[in-house]
Design a protein around this ligand. Structure first.
Ligand code: AHG
Ligand code: MN
Ligand code: MN
Length: 339
């Protein structure tokens, strides 16, 4: 049986095109991939290995952690801390920057991750995933990395990706040269290139939003969704479909496969809690924006390109509107008109 292009092979080929690369990045991706395989396995065995349910601990965002949030976080750290490619890590599930144990060499990359996105889906056998983003440590920085080293806008990412643990396990990745999808071949334990050069269609008839927050929405979001729901009889002259997976990763993956727009916008409820959004800029907003833009889509807060935001804190949140270019442009225009 012939084996297709493995993810490692793909990254090595891609890195060969760049002058003077050291191989550190390729090795780092390899470890990220192994971590994702391990998390995929834990997710798949579920109740059989006792990993479902709550861990009875709270993270920095005040959310109760699932056992799998903690397991995935630890697997990701253990796989990536030892090899000398990263300088430090930061995760949605850890309050502060994770400094490497003293015995390990420090590398030039900063690795940021959401170990398990959509973790409330674990207990209902729903799709979940891992999101990661890689930046270079700022030039000239010395000593142990600080939070400031991580606070770079999304445009500075050198790589972003996600692993989706659904009916099959996939990794979708960009290094700034388009987006490629790889499917885990369980028979040989390798991710194989199955979705080369993924592109999001510019137009769509599908939207993704948690409609239970409708009463809190701002007028531009309300207008957009109202017009979609009005269908053929409304100003859009076409019917729309709605999907919400409860895991951003699954919703955005669907958009990469067949188009659509995903919204977790700013609303009155979030404002009352003094939150700048629900989703996290560093672990969710920026990496998923990089992927969406590289696939020809757009990602905005409603008023600003997400990747242009200057982060002020590791756990900063932001409104998210991403997907098919013409739909995002329309929602941004509604925000502009609403000002
Ligand atoms: P996480 O599990 O990493 O905390 O992220 C969950 C996020 C996102 O993936 C999803 O789209 C959203 O939260 C769902 O939020 P609601 O429950 O408010 O719909
Ligand atoms: Mn998440
Ligand atoms: Mn998470």
């Amino acid at each position: 049986m012939p084996i297709g292009t493995t993810i490692t092979e793909y990254i090595i080929e891609e890195q060969r095109q760049i002058q003077g690369v050291s191989g550190d990045f390729t090795a780092l991706i390899n470890d990220v991939v192994i971590a994702c395989k391990a998390i995929s396995s834990a997710v798949r065995y579920g109740s059989l290995v006792g990993v479902l349910g709550t861990a009875d601990t709270e993270n920095i965002q005040g959310e109760t952690q699932k056992k799998l949030d903690v397991i995935a976080n630890n697997l990701f750290i253990k796989r990536n801390e030892w090899a000398g490619h990263v300088a430090a890590l930061a995760s949605e599930e850890m309050t502060d920057v994770y400094h490497l144990p003293a015995q390990y060499p420090r590398g030039k990359y900063l690795l940021v991750f959401d170990p398990l996105d959509g973790s409330s889906n674990t207990d209902v056998c729903g799709a979940v995933g891992t999101i990661f983003s890689i930046m270079r440590r700022p030039e000239g920085a010395t000593g142990e990395p600080t939070e400031d080293d991580f606070l770079q806008p999304g445009t500075r990412q050198v790589c972003a990706g996600y692993a989706l643990y659904g009916p099959s396990s996939m990794i979708v990745l960009t290094t700034g040269h388009g987006v490629n999808g790889f499917t885990l071949d369980q028979r040989i334990g390798e991710y194989i290139l199955t979705n080369p050069d993924m592109k999001i269609p510019a137009d769509t008839q599908e939207f993704s939003i948690n409609a239970s927050y409708m009463r809190f929405w701002d007028p531009p979001v309300r207008r957009y969704i109202d017009e979609c729901i009005a269908g053929k009889e409304g100003p859009r002259n076409k019917d729309f479909n709605m999907r919400w997976a409860g895991a951003m990763i699954a919703d955005v993956h669907r958009i990469l496969c067949r188009g659509g727009v995903f919204l977790y916008p700013m609303d009155r409820k979030l404002r009352t809690k003094s939150q700048e959004g629900k989703l996290r800029l560093m672990y969710e907003g920026n990496p998923m924006s990089f992927i969406v833009e590289q696939a020809g889509g757009l990602a905005s807060t409603g008023t600003q390109r997400i990747m242009d935001l200057q982060p002020t804190g590791l756990h900063q949140r932001c409104p998210v509107i991403m997907g098919s270019r013409n739909e995002v442009e329309r929602i941004v225009a509604y925000h502009r008109e609403g000002e």
